[in-house]
Design a protein around this ligand. Structure first.
Ligand SMILES: N[C@@H](CCC(=O)N[C@@H](CS)C(=O)NCC(=O)O)C(=O)O
Length: 355
């Protein structure tokens, strides 16, 4: 294969949630490691705010997929690119761009199943689930920053996140200073974008930095900030209940559209992995344990209807059935967790830990 043919480049960060969807897609679709360039954008250092990255994705988010335009897939023609800037379009693109019949530039001979919904009805379910997972009420990054509803939890969260959040604030502050001193020149729109990011990061930083003090030792301003934070956190986690109920109703099981994996599962997997992690679960936990921890974390006593039999879900997912006589039941999210975590794609993307 020639090496000078322009390739698509996936900008990602391994610990971020949404880039994990295209990373799972690369595995499930059998892309060879020579087909897509993987480019790391270190979110913990604020690299996503750099002007060079904003030219690829003005939202400063990962993933971004930069693809050579089709008619210039030839080394003689100067390459032109377009960038896909959201997870849904990127996963769809990766699904459509490799099929076992197509002659993509690859050394991989792995099969490439279609992951697109096969009917209009399936398409509607898939879209509904993907849109729900990307809705503000389900935002896994907001839930990460708001994952403390009492003083002890806030102390722990602060220990985990203070350092990277400070580094990200410093990166944005440096860009604003460099722009001020004309070391770099950006548009007013970009300057305002950075300013908004700085304010948003500092709002959390203020609360995290004071985490070690009991509320009684805070001055009035800090107390008000902490109370507002706990109120936002409580609202965010309460709002997740409705999302979980809806997801659990819509999933056919064990995967979103039934026995076969589809693009919706590539969104649900990283989303659920993050929420299980935020709830204290691990990759070793089976569905009932992992989703049980999530239910408990959302609200004590909250539980989704256990309307499927574990043996039936495992049979449908092609998993071994240790006890065929078992009458154990589970909810659909638990069945999904059992099925997805056994896939080689999931084991690869989450080899280090859930994130
Ligand atoms: N709507 C976007 C959301 C992507 C997103 O929120 N990415 C997070 C990481 S999982 C991010 O890049 N955050 C960077 C930041 O906000 O500074 C998508 O679907 O791709």
């Amino acid at each position: 294969m020639t090496t000078d043919v322009p390739k698509a480049a996936l900008y990602y960060f391994p610990k971020a949630i949404w880039p994990s969807a295209p990373l799972l897609a690369l595995e499930e679709k059998g892309y060879g490691s020579d087909e897509i360039d993987l480019k790391l954008v270190d979110l913990s250092k604020g690299e996503n705010y750099a002007p060079s990255y904003l030219r690829l994705n003005p939202n400063a988010t990962v993933p971004t997929l930069v693809v050579p335009l089709h008619n210039t897939l030839s080394p003689e023609v100067e390459s032109r690119y377009k960038s896909l800037q959201d997870t849904k379009s990127i996963v769809e693109f990766l699904d459509k761009s490799r099929s076992t019949q197509s002659r993509t530039h690859t050394t991989s001979s792995a099969p490439s199943p279609s992951l697109s919904p096969a009917t209009i009805a399936f398409s509607a379910i898939s879209d509904k689930i993907i849109d729900l997972l990307h809705s503000p009420a389900a935002d896994p990054n907001a839930l990460l920053y708001l994952n403390a509803r009492n003083e002890a939890a806030l102390q722990e969260l602060s220990r985990e996140r203070l350092q990277t959040l400070s580094a990200r604030r410093d990166a944005v502050a440096q860009l604003l200073t460099d722009n001020e001193s004309a070391k770099i020149r950006v548009s007013e729109k970009t300057r305002q974008f950075w300013e908004l990011k700085r304010v948003a990061i500092e709002k959390f930083l203020d609360v995290y930095q004071a985490a070690d003090k009991p509320t009684s030792a805070l001055d009035d301003a800090a107390k008000t900030k902490r109370e507002a934070y706990f109120s936002d956190a409580t609202t965010a986690w309460a709002g997740l209940q409705g999302v979980l109920i809806e997801l659990n109703q819509e999933i056919i099981g064990p995967y979103v559209l039934g026995d076969q994996l589809s693009i919706a599962d590539l969104h649900l997997a990283p989303w659920l992995a993050r929420l299980v992690k935020l709830s204290g679960g691990t990759i070793a936990d089976d569905g009932n344990i992992a989703v049980g921890k999530l239910e408990e974390h959302v609200s004590v006593g909250f539980s989704l209807p256990q309307d499927v039999a574990v043996t039936e879900s495992r049979r449908r997912a092609g998993l071994p059935i240790p006890d065929p006589e078992s009458s154990e039941r589970q909810n659909r999210l638990a069945a999904f967790w059992d099925a997805i975590k056994e896939r080689p794609s999931f084991k690869k993307v989450y080899a280090d830990d859930l994130h």
